[in-house]
Structures are given as C-alpha cells and as structure tokens.
Design a protein around this ligand. Sequence first.
Ligand code: KG4
Ligand code: ZN
Length: 334
Amino acid sequence: MRILGIETSCDETGIAIYDSEAGLIGHSLFSQIDLHTAYGGVVPELASRDHVRRILPLIQETLDKSGSTLSDLDAIAYTAGPGLMGALLVGTAVGRSLAYSLSIPAVGVHHMEAHLLAPMLEESVPDYPFLALLVSGGHTLLVKVVDFGVYEMLGESVDDAAGEAFDKTAKLLGLPYPGGPHLSALAEKGDSKRFRFPRPMTDRPGLDFSFSGLKTYALNTVTSESNDEQTRADIARAFVDAVVDTFVIKCRRAIEQTGIKQLVVAGGVSANTQLREGLQGLMRQVSGEVFFPKLEFCTDNGAMIAYAGYLRLQAGQKEQMQFQAKPRWSITEL
Ligand code: KG4
Ligand code: ZN
C-alpha cells in the first residue's frame, strides 16, 4: 500500500510517500521561515496562500523522487487539525479532492498523533504502552500511550507551549524567528551558574506545565542586566536549563506514577540538543529507554502524516464525504 501524506497545519508544506513494504520512499518540505521572518512570527493568511502556491509542485516533486505516479497511490492522508484554519483547509481540500479524483480513500490525521508516531519511522521503536512527551510550537502534552489511538492525558501546558516559550524568549533576546534553534545555540555559550530561573509547577503535585512565567523572568533579567553578548547567552542558558529541568522532573514523576519506562519525545522542541541530553540522562538513571524522531522529522513534515494515515487506515478508519478541518482538537478525542 502506498500512501501520500500532506502536512499544511502551520508554516511548513510537507509532502511524503510511505510504502507499507518499502517504508518512506520520498519526502519533500518547503519551509516558510523566510516569508514570516520579517513579521517575527507566522502570519496565518500568508501561510495559507503560500501552501496554495507550493502544494501541487511539491506533490509532483515527491512523486518523482519516489519513482511513483498518481496511479500508484492507494490512499491520501492529510493533517485535519489542530493548526491554523486556513492552512489546514489547503491540505484538506487538496487531499480530499485528489483522493476523490483517483477513487482512493482519504484520511484526516491528527497533527499531534502524527508527531507522536514519528519515532516509529526509526529502527528501534517502543512497545505499547509507553509515555510520550510532545513538545511543539502550539502544544506541550505528556501522554500515556496505552495502545495505538488510545491516549490518556497525564499533563499539558496551562499557558504557553514549550516551543512558543522558546520563540518568545528568543525574540526578546533579539534572535530571529523561529527562535528555538537560535536560543539553543546561544545557550551553548552561556554560563549555567550566572542566573537561576524557576522550575515552574514542580513544587506541587501533578504533571501540568506552565512556561509563560519563564518568558517574563527572562524579560525582567534582560531589563535589569547589561545587554552584552555574554549576558544574553547566560540568560538563554538559564532559560534552557529551567525548561529542560522541568521536563526531566515531570517525566520522572510520570514514570514513577505509571511504572512505564519507555519515553517517546517528539515535536519541534524534541530537536533541542539540551533537552535530548537531559532526557537521555533521566532514562539512563531509571534504566529506561528514550526514543526520538530523526532530526528532520522532529519539526513538521509530511512523513509523519503519511505514516499516521497508514496506521489509521490499517485500523479501519473511514471518512464520510463531508469533511472538516479542526483548528482545535484534543488528542484524547481520538
Ligand atoms: O512541531 P513544530 O515544527 O510545529 C508545531 O507543530 O508547532 O514545532 C515548532 C517549534 C517552534 O517553536 C520552534 O522554535 C521549536 O519547535 N524548535 C526548537 C528547536 N527546533 C525547533 N526549540 C528548541 N530547540 C530546537 N532545536
Ligand atoms: Zn507540529
């Protein structure tokens, strides 16, 4: 079975083809970073228009890369939500109409479920049940994955998502959009001992997160200190240390609470070097195992959509003729 995956939930047009025998046989990505940089963040209307421009040439490019034609496709998977409404509608409309014209099934995929499954494209994969820490620009979720499609929410962010906190803190340190990777690089040059930021919501029971206070903490530190390069690096370091420590504390708590020692970490922020090191250290300590997607599949991509769509079709998911893009959609509703 050959399935085309289409991702257009935010600022990346991602297309891929997953083959049930051969695995991932082609993928392409167009990132809109240059388009949004001037505005310091994603402009939804510009994002939608750019998806319209890119999507068909990118589908053709991916078919060519994989040595396939449209008639080789057995199904189409597209991101149905959560995400930006206009952006989602582009992938939804193209995916559904292309599938209709080819008389093949189309399946709407949950973006966060796709992130969660991205590590399954690697050689070593976890067994169910496992824990999943999903850290993206829009969501921060700690989930117990009982089985494929069976998700119990253990904790989530009560305010900013982890990626959002990275991006906002990066912005106030004068770094370009999207700030996550830039902030991480700057933190590498920083001194861990100079500033200590709080570890939000770790002093009380529970597995929820809060990151908006860290951004304010960073802002207050920026305002009260001299604005030299080393100070900015030290602030970046304090921010990253606080985020990583918070995730380590909460993941340790989730492991103790559930007795599950396999942890999947996915979503854009799972590309973060310091976070990867922190969680690898934790899983060594508890004699557990941690699984990440490969770097290019941490951030948004079509491969995870094609793969999640494949699993959904295997599980018998069928779509009605009417369809809906869902900007807000909890993973626990699946
Ligand atoms: O999953 P993703 O591509 O899009 C959403 O579903 O939101 O995540 C994007 C987020 C952005 O906030 C970006 O700054 C962050 O992931 N990110 C990182 C790194 N790479 C991407 N944050 C920290 N360190 C990184 N290396
Ligand atoms: Zn994402």
